[in-house]
Design a protein around this ligand. Structure first.
Ligand code: NAD
Length: 458
């Protein structure tokens, strides 16, 4: 369900490809957030008591209702976030798949029976209570569902705050939950400002866990806030991930896929491989192969089904990204539509200076920096020379080296000869300042529980 107010102001949602307003969304106030949290707390007592098989059935029904609305949800994301149709349909399908996958959890969250003298010792996975999920604007649907699907499966209720810029799919998913038969206040969408609703999730004592995805700066603030109440927290933060290409790799395949590994979603992806490291002996060949792959990307209004890359989310984000390009030598630039919309063409910058801001900072736009390396040790040193550690790719035909380097990169999600980081049934999360805790995979529901030990004397 949706919790809104007339007292927190409104936000005009804009289509980033056209700059045309779509709709005004009311923003919740602190009082609205409190009311939503208290109602979710009330609902928790009955939701956790729902029989596991019934909770599973309701989640499967929720998945089926989402499935029946894939095109509608995708269309909202194409207009609200500038996502391509292919991506937006995948994202809505991801919500369905997460609900189906975690609908298997309620009946399987077994505890342990531990041998002890004088009685029986058993453990239980108790739900936490109200979980607050704070979502960024880059992948509004999947990131919301990565939190709410396992949290609901484990018996928690959820208050969900979408990003100010992209609330539309979350609002619709909240309605679909009710349509599917989830009781009121089990999943409540609370659109509002981060500094109002997001902060209230952190400070409200009835919220027992925060799942946050967004910038590292805000993530640190949230972690500090959670410390006040020793509140559980999962953080999915920024990234500066490397795509490491060895000379023995299939250079054609590596060059053909590299643009999609960074320019997908216009580079607004925490897993974007925004550093390309190429073994020096293959550097020139690789860059020559990269150029047509970049210039050939179809950067079009995402309303066009042929579009492979859309605009950035906002004027602010465009300004931020183009700021990184001022005074920098551009090696390759693709195309982008003129006229309205927050467009930046896919851009490749060749670098040797590892202190350059474009090499060190998360640009969060369609910009990739390429740098040569000398050997395996140099590749690892350069890839690990960052405060981030979210993902990365390694291209090589030497299986041993692929594994060695994958183990050596200080990041949570590596792929060899591909760029796949995220599958809902495998764990996802960051090392270092890219995050804390893991989402997805078979263990995700347990992250929304406390383990309880009970001893019964004979
Ligand atoms: P942000 O961290 O400001 O916002 C993310 C979410 O947190 C939003 O819902 C926002 O309303 C909320 N929020 C903001 N301040 C808050 C607070 N004090 N307390 C609680 N919640 C708060 O991110 P942004 O402004 O949308 O983007 C800025 C930069 O962050 C981007 O350019 C990018 O570098 C990074 N970013 C990373 C990811 C990611 O997936 N890791 C996603 C979005 C943005």
């Amino acid at each position: 369900m949706l919790s809104t107010s007339s007292t927190g102001g409104t936000h005009t949602v804009v289509n980033p490809a056209t700059e045309q307003p779509i709709v005004d969304v009311p923003l919740a106030s602190v009082d609205d957030a409190d009311a939503a949290i208290e109602a979710a707390h009330e609902a928790f007592h009955s939701w956790k008591a729902v029989a596991p098989g019934e909770r599973a059935r309701l989640l499967r029904r929720f998945a089926a209702v989402v499935d029946a609305h894939i095109d509608e949800l995708a269309e909202l994301e194409v207009r609200n976030a500038g996502h391509t149709w292919g991506n937006a349909r995948w994202e809505a399908g991801n919500v369905r798949d997460l609900l189906n996958y975690y609908s298997g959890a309620p009946e399987r969250m077994s505890g342990k029976q531990i041998p002890v003298p004088g009685g029986l010792d058993v453990t239980f996975h108790e739900p936490l209570g109200v979980v607050g999920i704070i979502v960024p604007w880059n992948f509004p649907m999947p990131i919301a569902a990565w939190g709410f699907a396992p949290a609901l499966a484990a018996g928690n209720t959820v208050v969900l705050k979408p990003a100010e810029l992209t609330p539309l799919t979350a609002i619709r998913i909240g309605e679909l939950a009710l349509e599917a038969g989830l009781p009121e206040h089990v999943l409540t969408v609370v659109p509002g400002a981060g500094t109002v609703v997001g902060e209230r999730f952190v400070t409200h004592p009835l919220v027992r866990k925060i799942c946050f995805t967004g910038s590292t700066a805000v993530g640190k603030r949230i972690m500090a806030g959670c410390a006040e109440q020793v509140k559980n927290v999962t953080l999915e933060l920024g990234g500066k991930s490397s795509n490491i290409i060895f000379a023995d790799a299939d250079l054609k395949a590596a060059a053909a896929s590299a643009p999609y590994a960074v320019f997908d979603n216009a580079g607004q992806d925490c897993c974007a491989r925004s550093r390309i490291l190429v073994e020096r002996s293959a550097y020139d060949d690789f860059v020559a192969l990269l150029e047509p792959a970049v210039t050939g990307m179809r950067v079009l209004d995402p309303a066009d089904e042929a579009s492979e890359m859309g605009p950035l989310i906002s004027a602010t984000q465009k300004e931020r990204v183009t700021g990184y390009l001022a005074g920098v030598d551009v090696a390759v630039a693709g195309s982008a539509p003129g006229g309205p919309g927050f467009w930046v063409p896919p851009t490749v910058v060749a670098l040797e200076d590892p202190m350059a801001p474009i090499w060190r900072e998360e640009v969060f736009g369609p910009v990739v920096a390429v740098m040569p390396f000398d050997d395996e040790a140099d590749a690892l040193a350069k890839a690990n020379d960052t405060e981030y550690g979210l993902s990365g790719s390694i291209f090589t035909n030497d299986l041993g080296r692929g594994l060695r380097v994958a183990r050596g990169v200080q990041a949570g999600n590596l792929s060899v000869n591909s760029h796949s980081s995220v599958r809902y049934w495998t764990p996802f999360g960051g090392f270092k300042q890219s995050g804390l805790g893991r989402e997805l995979g078979p263990d995700a529901p347990y992250a929304f529980t406390e383990e309880k030990n009970v001893f019964i004397a004979h």
